[in-house]
Each structure stands twice: as C-alpha cells, then as structure tokens.
Ligand binder design. Structure first.
Ligand code: PMP
Length: 296
C-alpha cells in the first residue's frame, strides 16, 4: 500500500509540506517510547460535498488523549478541522482516511514532554477489514489492564498490543482477533469495538476496559433512535460463541459482520440481522442521506 507519492501534501505544525520532504526528530520520545497520540477519521463524498464524519469528536478525543499523558496540545480544534479540509482539497481527495498524529519533541528521558508537533495525513483507503464477513478468533493476547495504561486514549505505543493480536490471528488464518480484558471478558477487536445480537437484542461491552469508539457510540445512537434494545454489559467468550450474530465497528473498518468465531459459524444469515440494518443506516448517516442531526 502506497500512502503517499511525490505530489502528496501533509499538514505539519502550521504548514502544508510535501510528505516525501517532511522529517521528524529522531530523538523524539514518540519514536523511542511510543509516547505520541493519534486519531483516525474518515471524509466521505456526500451529497453535500466532502464531509468529515464527527470531526469535532475525533479532534476532541485527540486533545483528551494528549492530556491524559501530559503531551502538550496547543492547537485550536476548529482550525485543525479547517486545515484538514484544506489538506483534502490540496490532495484532490473527496473521500479519505485521515490520520492526525501528535509527536513529542526531542527528549530521551522518561519524563512528560514539554513540546509537541502535529502532523495530519490523508489517503484513499477502502474499508480496513474489506467487505466480506469476518472469521475471527479469541486471541491469547489480552487487552492492556486499564490500571497499566490509558486505555481510553489513542496512544501510539498501545498499538503494539493490537499488532500482536491481529498478526497472530492472521497467521492462524483468521481476519481479526478478539481480545479478552484483565477480568476475562471479551473486550473488543484489535482496532474495532464489538456488538452481538441475541434474541432480538443488541449487546456490547461497557466502557472500562474498551476503547470508547465513536462508531460504537454512533451504533448505540442508531439503536436508540430506531427503538432497538441495546444493552452495555460484560460479555463472556460463551456469550460471543452463542450469539445469533455479531459485528465489529470502527472508523477504519466501518460496520462489518462476523461470519464465525473460533470456527463456530453464526446461524443467522447476516443480511437478515439487526446488525445488517444498523450497517445500512450507518452508511446512509456518514453519506448524509439520513438526517445527520437527529442521531448525534
Ligand atoms: N478500538 C481501538 C483500539 C481503536 O483504535 C479504534 C479506532 N481505530 C476503535 C476501537 C474504534 O474507534 P472509532 O469508532 O472511534 O474509530
């Protein structure tokens, strides 16, 4: 996958620069210790032009992530959103995946950063996990304990955990991994949240040891608007295995159905599940074919 070429621009601390000419400090803590924060947003080619879905919430989460690890965040989010739209135009992108990243300045001590830079990149990217129903497994790799990390924040170093889980799953022939939390409940996938359907109700793990996905919150909003019973509760491996259907959700992956977990195939035909109708609504929502204001 080529993320940029010689014509690609990125936004770097106040300026638009060519991606192939931009450099970072090799003595920054982000590179050595994973002490940086990032976000993942999507711009969609909607009926009203290019629109970034829930841009304010994503940049707010970026600022919160930085605050949670004392990484200086000196930017105005409205200005960053404006610059992101300009970046899309500069790169002639109507729909894109957008990646802001906050990098700490040079410091080899294990102390809080005193300076930071922001870069924003964008590229065309199809659904992260593809279009086909997924084969997933319960991973041996566990989610970090919320007492060891800021699991509600999008901190670069934390993603080595996700890389371990997903690469182990892929090596075994699966598409994605489900991770157990420190209490033995199924928390989520490596970079998506999980929902299951059982007897006409939708269940998802509560906040606590999961990453608080914006897509997860959107799904809950869709359920409430359409009077679908949605329950936030701890889910066991048995709950996952014995569900009628299940799906993953995230900005990069969108909403994607699961075909089987640990080779146990879900009985319900995905197209007839509540998940599939939520998936259809979500697609309309991001394309602004549904009333945007009602659900948010
Ligand atoms: N879990 C993790 C670990 C993530 O990194 C992400 C974002 N890629 C998600 C879940 C989904 O979050 P969102 O819906 O906000 O993209």
């Amino acid at each position: 996958m080529q993320y940029y070429n010689q014509d690609t621009y990125i936004y770097l601390d106040g300026e638009f620069v060519k991606a192939n000419l931009a450099g970072i400090d090799l003595f920054g803590q982000s590179l050595h210790y994973g002490y940086g924060c990032f976000e993942g947003l999507r711009a969609h080619n909607t009926l009203h032009g290019t629109r970034i879905f829930k841009a304010e919430q994503h940049f707010q989460r970026l600022s919160n992530s930085c605050q949670s690890i004392s990484l200086p965040y000196k930017w105005d989010n409205n200005e960053l959103i404006q610059k992101t739209y300009e970046l899309l135009e500069l790169n002639s992108l109507r729909s894109a995946y957008i990646r802001p990243l906050v990098l700490s300045g040079p410091n080899m001590h294990l102390t809080s950063a005193t300076s930071a830079k922001i870069m924003i990149a964008a590229w065309e990217w199809g659904p992260y996990l593809g279009h086909d129903l997924l084969r997933v497994c319960i991973s041996k790799v566990q989610r970090p304990n919320p007492k060891s990390f800021r699991i509600e924040a999008k901190i670069s170093g934390q993603y080595v955990n996700s890389i371990l889980a997903s690469s182990e799953a892929i090596k075994q022939g699966y598409d994605e991994a489900l991770l157990i939390d420190h209490d033995g409940y199924v928390a989520q996938a490596s970079s998506e949240n999980i929902f299951i359907e059982k007897n006409g109700k939708i269940y998802t793990p509560p906040l606590g040891s999961i990453f608080p996905g914006i897509t997860r919150q959107t799904v809950i909003g869709i359920c409430r608007k359409f009077q679908i019973d949605v329950v936030e509760k701890n889910l066991t491996v048995t709950d996952i295995h014995e569900a009628d259907s299940a799906f993953l959700c995230g900005t990069a992956a969108g909403i994607i159905g699961i075909k089987e977990v640990d080779h146990i195939v879900y009985k319900e035909d995905w197209q007839h599940t509540i998940g599939a109708s939520i998936q259809r609504t979500y697609k309309k929502l991001v394309l602004e074919e549904e009333n945007y204001e009602v659900i948010i």
